[in-house]
Ligand binder design. Structure first.
Ligand code: CP
Ligand code: NVA
Length: 295
């Protein structure tokens, strides 16, 4: 396994099999001392509930410790340059988890750190989220080969990581976004498995999983009004679900903007597995931390 997880593409199919098994194991045995004496630095340029809590709680449950560094603490790239932050943390910590605006910041941290760096969300990708999501699907069916996942909404960081997951695990995707909001991940070599459309009804047909996320991601707040107009047709609601498989699963990485990209009846309804995803952030990231920090 690579030292750093900056993109979902840094994980191979073998890494994922191993991580899914380990996630299931740690889910069964919550407390251990496997990472006793290890410290994880948590760098945040943006807010967080799930990522912060699950990395802090995960380190605690593994016998280690996490140090939360808020945006105003470090002033990443302003108070101190990114390479020097990486060099300092490498002298004290065993690993770095970073949530950044620019993806280049997380790759720069990795370039200058001598310890593993994990991307806890950048503008380009959200690999830890998609790791937990894939574990959540694996727990329910263990097989990705006949899976069709429909993405409805913005082709954002979560969607980009899912595109990598589709190639590595071999499932197909149908991605419905308004024109101009398609994912940035390259899909040329996945043409047979990934369909891009502007029609949400078409995307969800025959889908086993329907996945959505906020229309305005962190850092895009100035575009909120424009996005509300553009994305109106891309809501996961009862009407859309009527067009999908009867037993389809509905996923959302959270936080949700209820009444925008998803309605209350859907997120709180029988198809929704959003809180399984959220719980599994803890277990999947513990498996990842064990793999990266145990050496
Ligand atoms: N899904 C997710 O990463 O949530 P937070 O932004 O709360 O960490
Ligand atoms: N796409 C969202 C995900 C939040 C977990 C964002 O970047 O804000």
């Amino acid at each position: 396994m690579k030292r750093d997880v900056l993109s979902f593409a840094d994980l191979t199919a073998d890494d994922l099999s191993e991580l899914f098994e380990a996630s299931r194991r740690v889910k069964g045995e919550r407390i251990s001392s496997a990472l006793g004496g290890k410290i994880l630095a948590l760098i945040f340029e943006k807010p967080s509930l799930r990522t912060r809590f699950t990395f802090e709680a995960g380190m605690y449950e593994l016998g280690g410790y996490a140090v939360y560094l808020a945006p105003q603490d470090i002033g990443l790239g302003k108070r101190e340059c990114v390479p020097d932050v990486a060099r300092n943390l490498s002298r004290w910590a065993s690993g770095i988890m970073a949530r950044t605006f620019e993806h280049a910041t997380v790759t720069e941290l990795a370039r200058y750190a001598s310890i593993p760096v994990i991307n806890g969300l950048s503008d380009l990708e959200h690999p830890c989220q998609v790791l937990a999501d894939m574990f959540t699907i694996w727990e329910k069916r263990e097989d990705f080969s006949n899976l069709k996942l429909a993405w409805v909404g913005d082709g954002n960081n979560v969607c980009n990581s899912l595109v990598h997951a589709s190639r590595i695990l071999g499932f197909s995707m149908s991605i419905a976004t308004p024109r101009g909001y398609e994912p940035r991940s390259k899909i040329e070599d996945q043409r047979s498995k990934i369909k891009i459309t502007n029609d949400p009804m078409e995307a969800v047909q025959d889908a086993d999983v329907i996945y959505t996320d906020v229309w305005t991601s962190m850092g895009q707040e100035a575009e909120r009004e424009k996005r509300l107009e553009k994305f109106g047709e891309f809501q996961i609601n009862g009407k859309l679900l009527n067009n999908a498989k009867r037993n389809c699963l509905v996923m959302h990485c959270l936080p949700a903007h209820r009444g925008e990209e998803i309605t209350d009846d859907v997120i709180d309804g029988p198809h929704s597995i959003v809180f399984d995803q959220s719980e599994n952030r803890l277990h999947a990231q513990k498996a990842l931390l064990l793999k990266l920090l145990s050496k």
